[in-house]
Ligand binder design. Structure first.
Ligand code: BGP
Length: 480
């Protein structure tokens, strides 16, 4: 028993963390292009106007915009079957949504998709990976219902243009992060920006309402786009995606079990129910009464959600956390904090490492939805050392991936989970989303660049590169 034939092995990146090339065709850029600062200790500040001399990591990032041929060759060298990347919205509509899409921008991606396919790699495209054009952010970002039509136009443009080259799509990266995580840097393009959480009663009520409205608009935009994709080309597979927020009870006390269940519902199923079943979670009314959130769901909106359910459910998986009654240490990650699990070790950035949690989580989702799943992000953020001879030994990364893949395999072979593929995060080093650092590396290919953007950006393979090639060549059999 093994991974199914045709299992999609690969890796993932996102435009704002990897692509760069702001100087070629992205004009005023996206919200992420305005995240930076002059203060190296706090590089993740949103600055509506670019300040000369300040550092904005996304402007050049790792320069995939110019190095894509070399990078794709490197991915092909590992035997990739799939490459998850995102399209930069402002490359397609650089100045406004009222104009025609930019031919230059569309051709930029045609070249990349064709090159991938020439190497036998299928593109999987995230339509929006935290990527809101500034000209839309200026009108309130996702809190503005007009965004639904704007996104739908953008997505339709992509489907029409690329449907014969891109078989797999994800509408939004980690849609649940809007309710749970990343504080201020990701406010869905909303101005005023806010770090508020959807399910935290002590946060500012008006801000919380805006958060929910923004999320609801994303649900509608996603559902409309899924339907349009199928109308354009029934062969397209369009997925929804969340950040896995796996929560265990801290103890076997029944109260802790209920708290963990509630946490799973709020942080995960609140979003996945809408995308996979086309309806809000049955507890939504009770939650919103408690949080003072108003929900107006028209019949037409309900129909849109029902008609636009996804073909597969994708998620990122980095860690797990706990819920319980007692005070305890906190485990942080990119999502809202949970209680720390005393049985788990953490990464150097404090994220709890839990390979078995991946198997548990796959079972949770598959048991609930019975639809194909895909792990589209997973990996260890770690500092690497380049040896004198240029080699990079990263046994810690190999170890992390080996353990996660082994658990994933059990979920497939022993538990019967329908898993389509695995794309590890940041297959080539890229800028960290949460911290803006380069020092936090996920890649199997090293990029010579430091936290301030200095360096040749030269690529160099790590030990994990050779290891992952073996894994893919053996379809996950050889994990040694
Ligand atoms: C996910 C995001 C990615 C990515 C990853 C790792 O939540 O989708 O964009 O960056 O987390 O996070 P970080 O870069 O903060 O280490």
């Amino acid at each position: 028993m093994s991974f199914p034939e045709g299992f999609l092995w690969g890796g993932a990146t996102a435009a704002s963390q990897f692509e760069g090339g702001l100087d070629c065709s992205r004009t005023q850029g996206s919200v992420m292009d305005h995240v930076g600062s002059g203060d190296k200790a706090t590089p993740r500040v949103f600055e509506p106007d670019w300040v000369p001399g300040h550092y904005y990591p996304s402007h050049e990032s790792c320069d995939f915009a110019r190095r894509w041929q070399e990078d794709i060759r490197l991915l092909a060298g590992m035997g990739f079957k799939v490459y998850r990347m995102s399209v930069s919205w402002t490359r397609i509509f650089p100045e406004s949504m009222d104009s025609q899409p930019s031919r230059q921008g569309l051709d930029f991606y045609h070249r990349i998709f064709r090159e991938l396919r020439n190497h036998g790699i299928q593109p999987l495209v995230t339509i929006s990976h935290y990527d809101v054009p500034m000209y839309l952010a200026a009108r309130g970002g996702w809190a503005n219902p007009d965004m639904i039509a704007q996104y739908h136009k953008y997505a339709t443009t992509l489907f029409e243009e690329f449907h014969s080259e891109v078989p797999y799509w994800i509408t939004f990266n980690e849609i649940n992060v809007l309710s749970n995580g990343y504080g201020d840097i990701l406010s869905a393009g909303m101005i005023p920006r806010t770090a508020c959480m959807l399910f935290q009663a002590d946060d500012d009520q008006a801000a919380r309402q805006r958060r929910y409205d923004a999320l609801h608009h994303q649900f509608l935009a996603s559902a409309l786009s899924v339907k349009t994709a199928h109308d354009i080309d029934p062969a397209l597979k369009v997925g929804g995606m969340i950040a896995a927020d796996a929560v265990y009870p801290l103890t076997c006390h029944p109260e802790d079990a209920l708290l963990a269940q509630e946490s799973m519902n709020r942080r995960n199923y609140f979003c996945t129910d809408v995308m996979c079943r086309g309806e809000y979670h049955p507890k939504t009314g009770a939650w919103f009464r408690e949080m003072g959130i108003e929900q107006t769901l028209s019949e037409e909106e309900s129909r849109i959600l029902r008609e636009g359910t996804v073909d597969f459910l994708a998620f990122s998986y980095y860690m797990s956390g706990c819920a319980g009654r007692q005070e305890g240490e906190t485990a942080t990650g990119n999502m809202s904090a949970a209680k720390a699990n005393p049985y788990l070790k953490t990464s150097d950035w404090g994220w709890q490492i839990d390979p078995r949690g991946l198997r548990w989580y796959l079972n949770e989702l598959y048991g609930r939805y019975r639809m194909p799943l895909m792990v589209v992000e997973n990996g260890l953020g770690a500092a690497d050392t380049v040896e004198k001879d240029g080699s990079i030994h990263d046994p810690y990364r190999i170890d992390y991936m080996r353990q996660h893949i082994a658990e994933m395999k059990k979920a497939v072979t022993d538990d019967g989970v329908d898993l389509m593929g695995y794309t590890c995060w940041g297959c080539i080093d890229l800028v960290s989303l949460s911290t803006g650092e380069m020092a936090k590396r996920y890649g199997m290919v090293y990029v010579d660049m430091d936290n301030e953007g200095n360096g040749s950006k030269e690529r160099r393979v790590k030990d994990s590169y050779h290891w992952y090639r073996k894994v893919i060549a053996s379809n996950g059999e050889d994990l040694d």
